[in-house]
Structures are given as C-alpha cells and as structure tokens.
Write a protein that binds this ligand. Structure first.
Ligand SMILES: *Cc1c(COP(=O)(O)O)cnc(C)c1O
Length: 458
C-alpha cells in the first residue's frame, strides 16, 4: 500500500514512512492511494478481524506475523475479552464501549497499537525517536501508556499546571517508566501547544533528538479505528448488513474512520457527528460553512475544538482526490477565517452524514435520564453522541450504534452533577489516588523545555 498527501505534492510513501512522518511535507495528511475492499467473512474475534481489516493498509511494510503479534498484544491490554463490547440503551440504540483500555478513553484503541508500530519500525531501522506532545487531558495519558517501556522511544508530555483534572494528571504522572517524562508547564494548554510547535520548528533541535509525534493526524490512528466499525456490523447482522453510527466528535479522527469503513465496502447509510457547544462540524454538515470562533469550555473537554484537523481527509475525497483543490480551499479558509463549501459538494454529503449539537444542560439531562432508565452511566462525551443518535436517526429498522468514547469515572465531576453519585474507577486504577507522582514543573520557555528533553532522553 502506498500513501499520498491530501495536498498532492508530498512524496508518495509506504506505510512505515507514513507512520513516522505524521504530517506530510506539503502540510497535508497522508491517505491510502486507493481504498481496499473488505472481504466477506468476519467470523473471528476482535483481534482476528483487526488483523484482517488492517492487513491491506500495512502491506509491503510489515511482516504479517509481526503485525499479528503487535495487534494481539495491543488488545490484550484491554480489560474485557471482546475489547469493544456492545450494550443496549433504553430506547434500543446500541452503545459500543470503546473505553476498556488502560486509560479509559477510546484513544487507547488506536494508541496501544501505534506505540508498538512505532517501536517496531524504529527498531527495524536501528533508529530512536523522542515523542513530544501537549495535552489538555486524554491524549497525554493514552500516548504515555502506548509508549511506556518501549525501547526505541522516549516520551515527554507537556500539560498546563493545575489545569487538568486530578484523574487525568495522575494517569500520566504515576507511570514509573524510565522513558516517560511529564512536564507541568506554568501556562495554559495553548502555551503547551505553542511550545511543542516551537520545538518542531527548531530544525536543529528536531533533528538532534529525532522529534516525533503520535497526534491525531497520524494515519495509523485512523487505520486502527476502522476495525471497530467493522466489528459492530459483524455483531449486529454481518458485514454486509447496514449499520448507522453516531460519534461524539472533536478532531474528526474517530468518525472519519467510520467513513473509511464505508469507502471499503461496509454498508453505513448514516454517520452522525455529535458536537458540544463548539459546533463547527455540525455547521459544516448542516450549512456547508465553517467559521473560526473562540473555544468554549464544556463538560466534554476532548471535543472543545474549533478546527478539526482530520476534516481535511474528507475534503480530499469530496474534491475527487484533487490535492491542489484542497490546498486552495484551506488557504482561503486560513486567510479569511471563513469556509464555504461548494453547493454541489455540500449536497453530496446530505445523504450519508448528519450533525447535531447539544449544550451542557442537555448532556446533564441525558446522563441523568439514561442512568434512571437503563442503569447505564454515560460520560459527557458519550452523552453527546447518544443525543445526536436520537436526534438524527432516520431509519428505525437499521441498527444505530452510538460510540462510547470514555468511561464515566474519567469525568467524575460532570457525572456526579448529573446522577448524584460519583462513578468508581475500574479495578486496575482503583489505587490511582495513592500512587506516587513524578513530574517536573517548568516555565513556558522553549529553551528550558528543550534542555529538559535533551537531558532526559536516553
Ligand atoms: C478524543 C476524544 C473525542 C474526539 O475524538 P476525535 O477523533 O478527535 O473526533 C471524543 N471523546 C473522547 C472521550 C475523546 O478522548
């Protein structure tokens, strides 16, 4: 399999180079040169389906047996045998629980595999890398769990001091691995992101420590997420049976994986995009426009985003894979702060996509109501997706799957405000609040942070 950039002018790469590159040289995102077709079948367990679905995407880069071993190890880290179980909500909508990995959020599904893929590819080349990232919560812990104790990588995660929740901070700072480093930056999340950008922009430093990232634009993360869409169809009627999905959306990585499953032959009549008050994507699908506005903090912080980076991959498809046209659309957006989709392109999205937005009051009511009706406790992100599923579902005869992206105990304050009781952490994290923390407080100064990275990588 070869990969091309959504802007059309970066070198065409194989899977291994795409994995390590992240962003393409021309500023675009990598996508497969063509979409593989999903075979019939699907009688196996999660790992067997995962290996089969992803095999065409890594073909030519990774030996089949090595790949199967990595997939198997990645999902052995989940605390239920079927990895992403389905349960039923009070109104018959299915909930697929994607939060049974080590850090209780769906990002583990991709990152547990991506950490292993990175280590494998670097070791094969006899290279090492230093992964740096900024986090406002979920991504940092999932990346740390994915990279801990891996031979070829060191990882440094910056978080804004005092501005992430206790659970989120402790999930990062209680990892006692020699290759894991947490920096509490005296500043905001934006400061942390700016520091990471500044490190990448410092070419001498970037090359010296072989800087790398596992952020949500990395193709391998999308690839790993395609699997559970296929698994949901298998469990609900077979690979050729129609299934609709509703996805609480931030950077558009999760729901785009559903679109990839559809492009590969899964019958997905409807993909519903759920937004919180930061509703840029809902406006994109309903009105065909996007305007950059201020980010508003909500009870679903992992969706508090204004520009969804993975949307570029959808733009590439609706532009007939014309990278120059995508580049022109995005340049215009950057220059004016406003995006207006061509009416024909907008119309082409009407049948397969829907979007709806919900504020924190609606989310709180949904969590409270579902807890009473079915006893299932939703986290605020999941509740946004469930609300969107109910609002946008078109055909009651087609199963609708809402994706549950986080365990309720990851957002205990919002859940307690809705239900009156505090959700408990699962067994493997029950003593999280007693574990010793390890972190370094540093000022928001790029020279200081670079020195820290230089002296702590192995
Ligand atoms: C990251 C995240 C999302 C958003 O996923 P995207 O792929 O960015 O759209 C939703 N819910 C939770 C809990 C998350 O951590």
């Amino acid at each position: 399999m070869r990969y091309v950039s959504t802007r059309g002018s970066a070198p065409v790469l194989g899977f291994g180079d795409t994995l390590l590159a992240g962003l393409a040289d021309d500023g675009g995102l990598y996508v497969p040169e063509s979409w593989p077709l999903l075979a019939d079948g699907g009688q196996g367990d999660y790992v067997e389906t995962a290996v089969e679905v992803m095999a065409p995407f890594v073909a030519g880069s990774i030996h089949e047996d090595d790949f199967a071993t990595m997939v198997s190890e990645a999902y052995a880290a989940f605390d239920v045998p079927d990895v992403t179980p389905l349960v039923e909500l009070s109104d018959g909508i299915h909930l697929m629980e994607l939060f049974h990995g080590p850090t209780l959020a769906f990002k583990d599904v991709a990152l547990q595999l991506v950490g292993r893929l990175f280590d494998h590819e670097l070791s094969r080349r006899g290279e090492r890398a230093t992964i740096v990232g900024a986090t406002s919560g979920d991504t940092g812990s999932a990346a740390i769990e994915a990279c801990r104790d891996r031979d070829a990588v060191d990882i440094v995660i910056l978080h804004p001091a005092g501005r992430v929740s206790d659970v989120q901070r402790r999930q990062m700072t209680t990892v006692q691995s020699a290759n894991v480093h947490n920096v509490a930056v005296d500043g905001t999340f934006d400061d942390c992101q700016d520091l990471v950008k500044a490190m990448f922009a410092d070419v001498a430093f970037r090359d010296e420590v072989r800087l790398s990232a596992v952020n949500s634009i990395n193709w391998a993360r999308v690839m790993a997420q395609v699997v559970y869409y296929v698994v949901a169809a298998e469990r609900l009627g077979g690979r050729r049976a129609p299934v609709a999905f509703s996805v609480p959306t931030g950077n558009f990585g999760n729901v785009f994986a559903g679109h990839v499953a559809r492009l590969s032959g899964l019958t997905v009549p409807q993909l519903v995009v759920g937004s919180n008050t930061n509703d840029v994507l809902t406006r994109f699908f309903t009105e065909g426009t996007m305007d950059i506005t201020e980010v508003v903090p909500t009870t679903s912080p992992s969706m508090d985003i204004q520009v969804s980076s993975n949307l570029e991959r959808l733009l590439f498809e609706i532009n007939g894979r014309d990278g120059a046209a995508v580049g022109a659309q995005l340049d215009d957006f950057r220059a004016t702060g406003t995006f207006r989709l061509d009416p024909v392109q907008h119309a082409s999205l009407a049948s397969g996509w829907a979007g709806a937005r919900f504020n924190d009051d609606a989310v709180r009511a949904c969590i409270a109501d579902e807890a009473v009706r079915s006893g299932l406790v939703l986290d605020p992100h999941t509740a946004v997706g469930v609300l969107a599923a109910r609002a946008c579902r078109r055909d009651p005869l087609i199963p609708m799957v809402a994706l549950a992206t986080a365990h309720p105990a990851k957002f205990p304050d919002a859940v307690e405000a809705a239900t009156g009781s505090r959700p408990e952490l699962p067994d493997h994290l029950a003593d999280l609040h007693d574990r010793p923390e390890r972190l370094t407080a540093l000022p928001a100064d790029v020279a200081v942070i670079e020195d820290f990275v230089r002296s702590h990588r192995r």
